[in-house]
Design a protein around this ligand. Sequence first.
Ligand code: UDP
Length: 331
Amino acid sequence: MNQRKKILITGAAGFLGSHLCDRFMQEGFHVIAMDNLITGRMTNIEHLMPSERFDFYRQDVSKYIHVPGDLHYILHFASPASPIDYLKIPIQTLKVGSLGVHHCLGLAKEKGARMLIASTSEVYGDPEVHPQKESYWGNVNPVGPRGVYDEAKRFQEAMTMAYHTFHGLETRIARIFNTYGPRMRLNDGRALPAFIGQALRGEDITVFGDGSQTRSFCYVDDLVEGIYRLLMSDYVQPVNLGNPDEISILDFAKEIVALTQTDQQIVFKALPADDPKQRRPDISVAREVLDWAPTIQRAEGLKRTYQYFRGLSVEELHLMEHKNFDQFIVK
Ligand code: UDP
């Protein structure tokens, strides 16, 4: 029998990390899940804990990491990922993107493992080219509120490519566009959980600015399929993964109001600094190299996501509302 493949997933208790754990468990891998639980939650992965093929380490990837025995793949998905989170924990965001990726790359080199990093459409900043192709270098403000995330991810790409060219490490770079689905944190500040949470609590829906800014939302299952294909491919350059179906935030808010059948009012609030005006992936590379494109329409994806949030217990909703970062902050 072939040796079972072992994969380390950092950020495993987070939104994307936990869905990746599910997928690689389904594929028969031995999954080593790592998370410091600063933004992740054990409830996202507790169903996997009984398996002998699943190990969980509560560990900060920004500190030295070690995994005993063989290791074939690493997915580096640990990072706060929403503007509210980076404002609260900016230094941790920078550290996990820089020190964290360095530790993962060092481990990959020691084990001869293939490593894929979760990069982001944020490397394009407030883009002046539309839609965004991988060849566009971006328009990022390094010292703005999003800089801690954007620059960490840009550094992460540079570091990963350096390990590839200098050490010959097998590396993959996914540039992930807005993704949504079950297990997002209701209070992570992103548009979709914010709107659904407001609808569930009977509050006004807060659209920032005039809502004319656009995003392109990809359902999590499509994204996971893209990540899987990229990991198994031999393509080393960055690949955009996202759904090109672009919508204004105001129209998106209206879709959520219609979906939740609450006739909540839409109110307008100040637009946060450096909020990108437009965002849509050009996915020609993913189509060509991975034969990948999203298959789940927004109407279907939103329905599934809403079902998840509606099914949460009052306690779970309460817990999500009171996530406290203070214990993690080293002054
Ligand atoms: N947004 C909004 N109301 C909210 C939360 C977000 O209008 O309560 C806007 C936000 O300003 C941005 C868009 O929705 O223009 C998407 O925000 P999100 O945080 O989901 O993702 P990102 O800006 O990182 O793409």
